[in-house]
Every structure is written in C-alpha cells, then in structure tokens.
Design a protein around this ligand. Structure first.
Ligand code: ZN
Length: 191
C-alpha cells in the first residue's frame, strides 16, 4: 500500500469493493481535496489512443489523463451515486481536482460520481456497490419479505376458513393453498 504523508487529510484504506480513499481529518464542503493527475494523452496520437486502463479520465474529446500512475492516490477514490465529493474538471488547464461537496468527517470514505457513461458501461451490468445502492437494495428486499409474509398469512387464514367448513380435509387443503400462494409471490419478487 502506498504511504500517505500525515499532513494530507486522507489515506488509502480497505473499502467494501477493494481499496478506497478515506478522510483522516474533517474536510469542509468546498475544499479541494486532491488532484487527479497523470500523463496527458492526446487522442490524435495513435500510441496514446491505444492506451487502455480503468484510470483514464477524459477531459474532452481530445485530452485524457492517464491516472494509472502510482503517485496518483486519487485513483483510489470509488464511485458513489450519492457522493460527498465531485470532480472539478478543467480541460483548458488539463487538470482535474476532487472537491468536497459536503462536510466530510474523519473515517468517511471519499466518493464522487463517475458519471453516466462509466455507470452504464461498468457498474450497471454488475450492480453498483455504493452505499446508496446497497441501501436501496436492502429496502427492496425488506419490502419483498413483508409482502411474502402478508400473502402467506392470507393463505393461512383462507385455509383455516376452508378447513372449518370441512374438518376432515383440513390438512390436505392447507398444504395445497400455501404452496399455491407462495409460488406466486416468489415469482413476483424476482421480477
Ligand atoms: Zn450506486
């Protein structure tokens, strides 16, 4: 792991998806945290255009920063759909800075939104792992669970009623109704 000097307000650390950049000091909203830097690639130069890695930061149609260099600690910053920082892109200066858009507390992971193109190409197919999306998924799972419980309860009540009318058949009928209702809910939850 690369060493970070102590006067910087961040460090590289373990995140849910590998490594990430974490605040070590309070960072005020609006503060420039770190520069995303590396060699500048010119798309008009064929050798430059051939370079491919996941740390390329496009400034515009022509210029791209190759952020794969070791010293570029900003490359550790992960994507979030509800980030606490943003990329301040300056194509004319060919520079990118990462800036806080919220107050960040020590221990918080620093994130910015990688943008729609990146999301569609890399995150959507595998499912975004950012805290905001995890939370959304958790909520959906809880709702599906509650819905399944409701349907099951309804089926049981129905079975009880039916059983009361024909006591002899109670066991068989309950089983059948339950199986039917559960099969239906599972299908809906998956869709
Ligand atoms: Zn997300």
């Amino acid at each position: 792991m690369p060493a970070t000097s102590s006067h910087k307000p961040y460090r590289v650390g373990r995140s849910k998806t590998g490594l990430g950049l974490f605040a070590t000091k309070p960072i005020k909203k609006g503060t420039r945290i770190i520069r995303y830097f590396g060699p500048i690639l010119d798309s008009r130069i064929p050798e430059h255009d051939e370079i491919e890695n996941k740390y390329l930061f496009e400034l515009n149609g022509r210029w791209t920063i190759d952020g794969s260099v070791r010293k570029n600690l900003a490359r550790y910053i992960n994507h979030s759909c509800r980030p606490n920082a943003e990329s301040d892109v300056r194509p004319r200066e060919r520079k990118v800075f990462i800036r806080a858009i919220r107050n960040i507390e020590p221990g918080d992971e620093i994130n910015y939104d990688y943008g729609t193109d990146y999301f569609k190409a890399y995150l959507k197919p595998i499912g975004c792992k950012c805290a905001s999306c995890e939370k959304k998924r958790k909520k959906l799972r809880a709702e599906a669970r509650a819905e399944r419980a409701k349907v099951k309860e309804r089926a049981e009540r129905k079975a009880e009623k039916a059983g009361a009318k024909t006591p002899k058949n109670k066991a068989a009928k309950t089983k059948k109704l339950n199986g039917h209702a559960l099969g239906k809910t599972n299908g809906r939850a998956r869709a």
